[in-house]
Design a protein around this ligand. Structure first.
Ligand SMILES: C[S@@+](CC[C@H](N)C(=O)[O-])C[C@H]1O[C@@H](n2cnc3c(N)ncnc32)[C@H](O)[C@@H]1O
Length: 660
């Protein structure tokens, strides 16, 4: 059995201020939970294997991005060649590119034998070539089956592991857009960072900050695909959220039922005819799962139907994905699950007076059961495939729903004139456009080919120092949703000087998205990874001594300017092509004193610590010796080592805790 880490051992139970000794299996126990689930959702005969699985730490899983730059198959094969044995990885049968190991996330973090693998995983994750995402979390996007050019809404998106997977499916075509929404502004940063790991994909995304239950139903905005991966009590995550064991009670799920119904109903209203909607939770509780589906199907009056995943899903037909069919009836109980209520009236009479039960929590009548087909839902218990627990339902929109009232009964703001806070660079005026072209040294020929219409900036004065590349589909949604759009597209130009374009440059995070749009003159091809690594490591050492903070560039024979070998452009990107399926890595550079004679010019390079790690991986050098010095970050006071970054990464793949 994989060990729980020292850090996790003795994890504290937040409410009771008690310590849980994870070595003691009796601590991973909750009598109410057992009373609630045993025999009703989990058949008696499977209870012991189910319970045993729930008490084991969750194994680590990786998903190699099939549509990122590079060669996904080679990236996966080379990674497995290097680390597959150490990590004992085996393929996840139902999803190409997904691998699962027996060790827990804590093991991966702290066991020294995984140190090199961990650094490479971190590096590949940072450039979007792989995601650390738990296996069950990959199922809802798989079932949503996003097609090129689809308009997709991810209603509860943070921290964004599923959003990234949805974007990967879009990436095979030029169009389409994913609107990633979350109510929790504090989690939007993590979401944005997660999406930003694949800059080309990020250019077809938008991040919004709405209550999903009130997501605007406006003019043209209807979606082909909607994901409602809603907030839930999270008891499917007990394998990693161990502090939930003592806290769980049988009304945690019901207390979210109304909010879940509201989000799903709003998602239904936002669907085009023929659209697919997937509803999912990481809770096994039917009151959060089938009860929500039944309530909303009845509310939709035939406009939606459940899709039979067993028939429609390739992985299901092939028998590589296993689950329990949805249940048609369930118990609504008191807090400790000792009393069951047959009707709403019973619950109001005999239930906990501090909790209000509602009709939407109760099973449908036998007649309704026959037409709803709740057995088409999927419940993935942990012991079938050594995963977390999850619930997924796939719905088809048969008829677009029209709404004149929102769910709170107030008139819909359909005519509300929402002024988009954004504009394209072309719309922002000739002067601004000319300044951008001049500062980035883009001449007439460069500009003719460059898509300035795809560059967006905020309208308010003083905000124009950041500019974003966003495709046509996301700009179309923006005109409807602009006022609550927190971020759109991928940041490609920025000026580190506040409220001024004087230092305008290419962003490092947008380099990969920009590269194919820039003229070769501004994109330096690096001849060898070894030369680049040598330069960057030398450069880093110089950076640590303020008196020699810059160095002449290019180093002899190291990189070639394609069309202007005698003069380095003031701002440029560097591309180095790596083997091992990684594809190209991008860095950025700026001449610090462009008016000085070439021999006196100094250059500042911008790159990330994980770039060094990946260059070392490419060159078969020890990757664990990377010294994490990132001067720009350190100057901002948020320097982080490759090792330490892990905690943030882990957070980004985390399913919600019940507090969500
Ligand atoms: C299960 S998590 C989503 C996980 C995410 N889909 C992923 O795969 O990374 C639920 C999310 O719903 C958000 N949330 C809770 N209530 C919401 C609401 N009313 N509207 C929108 N988002 C909400 C929470 O902030 C949380 O980030």
């Amino acid at each position: 059995m994989p060990s729980r880490s020292r850090k996790t051992l003795g994890k504290r139970h937040r409410d009771a201020r008690e310590w849980i000794d994870l070595k003691d299996p009796t601590c991973l126990h909750n009598a109410n939970w057992e009373r609630y689930y045993r025999g009703q959702v989990i058949p008696e005969a499977e209870w012991e294997p189910f319970l045993a699985s729930m008490r084991l730490p969750l194994p680590v899983a990786l998903r190699f991005n099939q549509t990122a730059g590079g060669d996904a198959k080679k990236c996966e094969a080379d990674f497995l060649h290097e680390f597959g044995t150490t990590m004992a990885l085996r393929p996840v049968a139902f999803l190409p590119g997904a691998q699962q190991g027996p060790m827990s996330r804590s093991d991966l973090k702290r066991n020294v034998s995984f140190k090199a693998a961990k650094v490479v995983v971190h590096g590949l994750n940072e450039i979007g070539r792989l995601s650390r995402q738990e296996v069950v979390s990959m199922i809802p996007p798989l079932l949503l089956d996003v097609q090129p050019d689809d308009m997709v809404l991810d209603m509860c998106a943070a921290p964004g592991s599923k959003t990234q997977q949805l974007l990967e499916s879009l990436a095979v075509g030029p169009g389409g857009c994913v609107v990633a929404n979350d109510i929790n502004a504090g989690r939007l940063d993590i979401l944005y960072r997660q999406i930003g790991r694949s800059p080309a994909n990020q250019a077809r995304s938008m991040v919004t900050n709405h209550d999903a239950a009130r997501f605007p139903v406006l003019g043209r905005t209807r979606f082909d695909r909607v994901l409602c991966d809603v907030m839930c009590s999270g008891d499917g995550t007990l394998r990693k959220s161990v502090d939930l064991w003592p806290r769980w009670n049988a009304i945690m799920g019901p207390s979210l039922n109304n909010a879940q119904c509201n989000v799903l109903q709003r998602g239904m209203l936002l669907c085009k005819q023929g659209a697919t909607l997937v509803y999912s939770t990481c809770s096994l509780n039917p009151v959060e799962d089938e009860a929500v589906i039944a309530t909303c199907l009845k509310w939709a009056r035939g406009a939606f139907e459940l899709v039979d995943a067993a028939v429609e899903t390739k992985a299901a037909r092939e028998g590589t994905l296993r689950w329990y069919p949805g249940v048609a009836t369930w118990r609504v109980t008191s807090r400790d699950a000792s009393k069951s209520f047959a009707t709403l009236e019973d619950s109001q009479r005999d239930g906990d007076e501090r909790f209000r039960y509602s009709a939407s929590m109760f099973p449908p009548s036998p007649d309704e059961q026959a037409s709803l087909h709740l057995e088409r839902c999927m419940r993935v218990p942990p012991h079938l495939q050594d995963t977390g627990g999850f619930f997924i339902a796939k719905l088809k929109c048969l008829r677009e729903m029209r709404s004149t009232t929102n769910l709170s009964g107030k008139p819909e703001g359909a005519s509300k004139n929402v002024l988009a806070a954004w504009q394209t660079l072309a719309e922002a005026g000739a002067d601004l456009l000319a300044t951008v072209k001049q500062n980035l040294e883009m001449d007439r020929d460069d500009c003719a080919a460059f898509p300035f219409d795809d560059i967006l900036l905020r309208k308010e004065s003083g905000r124009e120092a950041k500019m974003y590349l966003a495709n046509a589909a996301s700009r179309q949604v923006l005109s409807d949703l602009g006022y609550r759009c927190v971020a759109i597209g991928c940041k490609v130009f920025e000026s580190p000087a506040k409220r001024s374009l004087s230092l305008l440059r290419f962003t490092l995070e947008g380099a990969e998205a920009l590269a194919s749009l820039l003229p070769p003159r501004l994109l330096l091809e690096c001849t060898t990874p070894a030369a680049l690594l040598e330069l960057l490591e030398r450069y880093k050492k110089l950076e640590q001594r303020p008196s020699t903070a810059t160095m002449p560039f290019p180093a002899a024979g190291f990189c070639e300017c394609v069309s202007r070998p005698s003069r380095l452009p003031a701002h440029f990107l560097i591309r180095v092509v790596l083997g091992k399926g990684i594809g190209a890595l991008f860095m950025a550079g700026d001449v610090e004193n462009p008016t000085a004679p070439p021999e006196a010019a100094s250059v500042r390079l911008r790159f990330e610590v994980h770039h060094l790690a990946l260059l070392r991986y490419e060159l078969n050098l020890p990757v664990i010796t990377v010294t994490p010095v990132d001067t720009e970050k350190e100057q901002r006071g948020d320097g982080d080592s490759a090792e330490d970054n892990d905690s943030e990464e882990a957070e980004s793949e985390e399913e919600p805790t019940p507090d969500d």
